[in-house]
Ligand binder design. Sequence first.
Ligand code: NI
Length: 167
Amino acid sequence: MSILSIKTYPARVLKEKAEAVKSIDGRLQQLIENMIETMYDASGVGLAAPQVGVSKRLIVIDTAYREQGKSGLVVIINPEIVYQEGQAGGIEGCLSLPRFTVAVDRSARVYVRGIDVDGNPVEIESTGLFSRALQHEIDHLNGVLLIDRLNPVQKQNLSGSFLKLNQ
Ligand code: NI
């Protein structure tokens, strides 16, 4: 296993719509192992493949580790939000936007479908931090970053400062 370098804004791969994974081979499994190690190393609660420069629909999430110090690792290939409801506010950061946090409204509950590392279908219904992480990571697969989720007032307050922050 190895720790991968995390792409940061404005890397182009972060703005691309990622491609569906068509086969789960040894190379993909290696990528998954490396993404997991990279996520823990960076103390993130989730990581999407485009963040390590691979434009594929693959995410890893572990919100339990941060909250309870125990593993709650979830790997989802080709994740899809099939149902969402409610609204929940919260503060988010992103490993691709270092030193940046912002309040983002998300759906309170999401129902996600995809496949696991063995190619079996997975269905996850979630709320709370896990739901937020799912929505954040799936956004990455569609080329959407936190800064694309800001409301007009947040954008105005931030104009200029964000780029300076990341120079
Ligand atoms: Ni992120």
